[in-house]
Design a protein around this ligand. Sequence first.
Ligand SMILES: Cc1cc2nc3c(=O)[nH]c(=O)nc-3n(C[C@H](O)[C@H](O)[C@H](O)COP(=O)(O)OP(=O)(O)OC[C@H]3O[C@@H](n4cnc5c(N)ncnc54)[C@H](O)[C@@H]3O)c2cc1C
Length: 425
Amino acid sequence: MLSELSVKGKTIDLIVIGAGPAGLMAAISAASRGARVLILEGEASSGKKLLVTGGGHCNITNRAVSERDFYSDDPRTVRNVLRALPVSKTVDFFREWGLSLMTEEDGKMFPRDRKAASVLGTLLGAARERKVNLLTRSEVLALHCRHGIFSTEGKGFSFSSKAVIVATGGLSYPATGSRGAGYKIAESFGHSIVAPSPALVPFETADADWRGLAGITLETALGLFRRGQWFAESRGPLLFTHQGFSGPAVMNLASPWARFGGQGALTICANFLPQISEKSLRERLREKRVAKPAMTIKKFLSHDIPERLAGVLLRKADIVSEKQLANFSKKERELLFRMVRSCVLPVKGPLGYDRAEVTAGGIPLKEVNPKTLESNIAPGLFFAGEVLDVDGRIGGFNLQWAWSSGYVAGCAAAEKLGQPIRSRL
Ligand SMILES: Cc1cc2nc3c(=O)[nH]c(=O)nc-3n(C[C@H](O)[C@H](O)[C@H](O)COP(=O)(O)OP(=O)(O)OC[C@H]3O[C@@H](n4cnc5c(N)ncnc54)[C@H](O)[C@@H]3O)c2cc1C
């Protein structure tokens, strides 16, 4: 509890359901504008998922974030929300509350001490200073609205408020408290739900050859195809695991996989040498064939690709690994290029929510006000964070969505309550 609960029996201005990144940001933003805020958190402590982000280091945002980094049903709303609290203002917010950030070469931003606990500590400190009340072990089971007053109910409690922000997250990592409660609440008010599915999650394969490559990582460009038509791509490290394929390159494809097809209709093709053009690869092979005709094709490939992977690619293409370059036929060369540059990964599909960093799907943005995130169906009801139908790629984008959407919903709720702006964010 942040401050002694002085709200019992009184009508609170605003109840925020969920003390994750979106809920905490919403509460701080609303309280900074004078609203009396109560957060109800179902778990024994706040921000459980935040603590495991970025392997405990918390990739808090990214140097450059735009609506193009997200999947959603309405990119324009994503853009509005990101513009209301862009990266620069997010960085200022954390700095003003005592947390400085650092940027890595690839644009990912982290707290300078690389501790997710410092991010959570900063948010809780800000909430405390803004006199936000927080009740943990207070799972909300139902929300009703009568005559403009919301009643929020759980085991042994019931609170009334003039506005509510639902920031309950999605379904990923259910052990951290996100178990889809927000969807049920939204549905009870008449909202529809874009079918949720695990996103930013590894893919499984049944093929023992690929599973046998566990431990190998390499830069790869992946393309997602539906009936031969390309419709999504992702580039980055691909990690082979005992279950199949992991790493940002493939995890980024789970959302489009679920949104645009699902198992069966889709194919993932890998280019294991994205840094070398096909033309230079062909030239290289030609030159090597002249300079070192006795070199084996496996040795040639292993210059750029891990040897074990080269072995699997050759086996899959029915090419003898020990074949010398001098005896390499034109047909074999074409087969090899196809295998290296557009190899179909035999995936069964993405793994489940217990391995998914986020949830694709959720409350459609089309059903909320694009400037305030207030429900189009129930005035006074707002949504923030992963519970909405927005999911970003790996790199700090999902937390930026939590910060920006929490800010927008918090400010809008306070404004609706008629609170004068009191101070900084
Ligand atoms: C392993 C892992 C690593 C990640 N790493 C990163 C990263 O480095 N960078 C990045 O940008 N994103 C990362 N993410 C994604 C990021 O954590 C989420 O996008 C973000 O936490 C979503 O914030 P949220 O507040 O919407 O939801 P959540 O963080 O899920 O918070 C929701 C809160 O609501 C509470 N709640 C749920 N139902 C109820 C109820 N009925 N009553 C009361 N309380 C309730 C939950 O207990 C929880 O505390 C990672 C996710 C995982 C799982």
